[in-house]
Design a protein around this ligand. Sequence first.
Ligand SMILES: Nc1nnc(SCC(=O)Nc2ccc(S(N)(=O)=O)cc2)s1
Ligand SMILES: [Zn+2]
Length: 259
Amino acid sequence: MPHVAVLPGPSSWYKDYPIAEGARQSPINIAPEEAVYDHGLPPISLHYDNCTSTNISNNGHSVVVEFDDVDDRSVIQGGPLENAYRLKQFHFHWGGKGCHGSEHTVAGKTYTSELHLVHWNAAKYSSFAEAAVAPDGLAVLGVFLEVRDERGGLNKITDSLYMVKFKGTVTDFRDFNPNCLLPSSLKYWTYPGSLTTPPLYESVTWIVLTEPICVSEKQMGKFRTLLFNSEEEEQRTRMENNFRPPQPLKGRTVRASFK
Ligand SMILES: Nc1nnc(SCC(=O)Nc2ccc(S(N)(=O)=O)cc2)s1
Ligand SMILES: [Zn+2]
């Protein structure tokens, strides 16, 4: 019997996390022509100027940049959100060389990667953990990445990835302002969804920007030098294809901030 280590992929998550088959799971395929333009949707506003990034780490699923979230220094507000949500971390999902990797798709189109900026409703809840289980607890801003020319703002991240090659590694990562990873347009789709990895909590108001940012193949290649496993494990599995495929819409409406 060949000894093949099987990573428990998205299709088996339901065994430990029944919510995987819930009514508001993420990601989804966004069908632009079925999205409902909501003229009552205000623009989103991002205040990341005084943000304080603390570290960058490999958590065995992705590379994560964490922020100090003790006050409302860096927040997202407006759009579908009732109040300001505090930036906690951002991370990425990506594919193998030159192919798909995003979690959300747009009319079936996949992008090479997707950036998630994770925020929590500190106006209503006293901790991220408490917000993470509440239906209006989290707001994740999704930004598509497509391979074309290099994105300068990404270099500070890709040049640090060698320091967090193994699961469980972390290193200081100060003064990184995510504004440099945003596209020029803040046009968005929004819908009620979930975390896309276990525990898959249905606590996320998704805000997905329509305009992708461009990254180079070289920059994406550096993400693929990360490993899923820790230095102690003898297994060396390259970190790639860390995306969940689109989940059933189950009657949800996707709203558009634009005509
Ligand atoms: N008590 C608790 N602490 N932490 C958690 S959940 C940790 C966490 O932030 N998980 C997470 C998983 C997926 C996503 S994603 N890909 O943006 O939907 C964001 C965040 S519950
Ligand atoms: Zn994510």
